[in-house]
Structure formats: C-alpha cells, structure tokens
Design a protein around this ligand. Sequence first.
Ligand code: SF4
Length: 420
Amino acid sequence: MSFERTQEKLKILADAAKYDVSCASSGSKRSNASKGLGDATGMGICHSYTEDGRCVSLLKILLTNYCIFDCAYCVTRKSNDIKRAAFQVQEVVDLTINFYRRNYIEGLFLSSGIFKSADYTMERLVAVAKKLRLEENFNGYIHLKSIPGASDELMKEAGLYADRLSVNIEIPTREGLKLLAPEKNREDFIKPMVKVKNEIIQYQSEKKIIKSTPKFAPAGQSTQMIIGASGESDQQIMWTSNYFYKKFNLKRVYYSGYIPISYDSRLPQIGTDVPMLRENRLYQTDWLMRFYGFEVHEILNNDHQNLDLDVDPKLGWALRNMEHFPVDVNKADQLMLARIPGLGMKSVYKIIQARQFRKLNWDHLKRMGVALNRAKYFLVCDSRDFERRDLTGPQLKSIILQNTTSKYQKILSPQLNLFE
Ligand code: SF4
C-alpha cells in the first residue's frame, strides 16, 4: 500500500468520523504494564474537553465509510454519492502506533460504516484493538464503536481490549428512527448495551475475589443522539437519556446537533442552522441530572417541553419555582444549595465546610467564588439582606438578562458551558 493511498484513505475516513462526538475517554484506569506503549490513565477526549476540563487527542477514524444501510441523517449512507475507502486492520494498527510514537495522539477512537454485516464489521474493529494490545503492547486509550446487532461473543471480546465501548442510538425516539432509518431496529442498539453492562458488572465482581481478573471496558460505555433531525422535544430527548443512563449504567450521553447534509423532505433543509445552543442546553440539563440531583420532570414536563435558550436550565427552573427561594446558605442542605443559580458544586462543598466554623456573609461567599450577580436574588446569608423586591420569575429574568447580557449571548460555543 503506497503512502499516498494511505494518506488519501486517512483523509476520507477521518473526515467521515467527525460527525461522531461520542469520544470521551475520561475514567479509564488502564496503566502502562510491562514497559508497553502508552498509558491511558487519566486521559480524556479526542481534541475535546473531558468532564473535568482536560483536553487530549485521539486518532479518530472510521474503518470504512462503505455502508449497507441508508440512514437519512448520515453522510455515510449508501445512497450518498461520496468517495469511499476502507482500511485494512493492519493499516489502522500501524497508523495508531506511528502517530502515538510521534506524540500526535494518546489513543484511538475507531468507528465504522457497516459493510457486509454487523458481525463482519465488528470482528474487524475488535481485531484492531486486539492487535494493538497483544501484538504492539499498546496501553493507550482505545474507544471502539460497537456495531448495532453485533453478537454477544464479539461484544465480550471488544470489552477485553477497549477502554470504552459505545453504541450510538442516533435518534432519540422510536418514531424518529422509523422515519429516518427504517431498516434499523432499536433492539439492535440495546442488545450490545445490555451485554456490555452485564459483563462490566460481572468482571468487576470477579475482580473483587480474583485480583488477576482482566478489566472489561474500564471506562464504561456511552452513546450519542442526533438533535434536531426528527422534530423531537427536549423533554423526549432527556427522558431517553435518563432511561439509558439508568438502565445501562452509561458513563455519558452525547448530544450532537444535526448538520443538514442532504436534500430529504424528512429532514431540516440544507442551510438550516445547526442547533448549537440547544445542544449546549441539553448538556447542561444532563449535568444537572447527573451531579445536581435534578429529576428530568422538574426541568422538562408537559407544561415545559423545551429548554429556555436564553437562560441556563438551572436558572430557568429557579425562575419557574420562586416559592423555594430565598435559600438560607447557613442552614440549607446540600441538595437545596446546589439549586441556587450561581452556585456550582465546588462552591456548595466550600459553603458546607466553612459554615461549620462561622456564619457566612456576602464577603465570605464572594471569596468562595459564588457568582453573586445571579445568586444574590436567590439566597440569604449573615449580612443585611440584599434589597429584594417581590419579583415574579419573569420580572427577575428580565433583570438578570439585562445585567448579564454578555454571558447569555455568548454561549453559542459547541463546548460545554457548565454551571459556576
Ligand atoms: S448504519 Fe451507521 S454508518 Fe451506516 S448509514 Fe446508518 S448511521 Fe450511517
């Protein structure tokens, strides 16, 4: 294989992989054993930010962009007239090792179109990971995309070599999937997830008894949903997330704003804006559910089916539930402190620590980094009260937006903009 041909394939297959955002690698504990290559300990995401703000790089490619399916939202679908290419297993291994040795990458994110069948494709993905681990002694991070419909045996093998596995559920609702990818079946996504979840639990419990038990997908499993391709509400999206987090112990759900790539009456037209701000709000809501003790129905329900775009979901919830405020920071429990707009979990822990020794006032809170410009409307402390008029939620929203225009106008970034 000539260098030029490999380069050309790399260009095609790296470009095709860019639509997949589910490449977080946080949480891996694989360490460098026997003087092998690489060390995934503490690694994060492919040219992106981990939950704790670190940035790392992965070689992110497809094994092939040939596909037997024709999902309307996907650039790789078989009816799309694009350049196609396929790597051999050894080519991906060689590329990974070469890039790793040159310090270009810290690991591999490998996905694929489905060629011939789910198992035929999955077998090759597993072969790449197996060769890297067993023949190249590679200890860098490996994230393998699981192919919907792949057999239990292959999923089990994949988990022995990969740090993280993921199956993309793609479309948040069954109806949407039926409309845009009628050949696909939701059960084909669920089956590999069940297998991975059960194997993780089994390997973890065996490890407690037999220390030499190998790790199985130590960074867990994740999934991705495309947002805005099938007309679903934010409520439907977050209920789906909630279900998958709880049912399959997912580490992360990724939300990827749909990029219009085809002329198809079932989809938003080409030229429609990618819903970046909506994507951001969904990530914030996801964060509130996982770390702040919120339930989906508190933020999204039949009366409020979509997230506000002009304020973050925590502030939005507070403005609709003014009866819970003001909260006394010297008395409230952790759960209620975490609900005060302007307070992140770090501030909450600082408050709980500090108030054991003294009553907290505005100065203390300011020094702890609390964003008082918002928080002052929602809390009381050991200072003279901030002059609080009897404001309704909508009145307060308008005051906050007037005073903090720049913050709320600027959050068009595709990266997470989480809570202070
Ligand atoms: S099966 Fe996957 S790669 Fe193939 S068209 Fe559907 S989404 Fe794209």
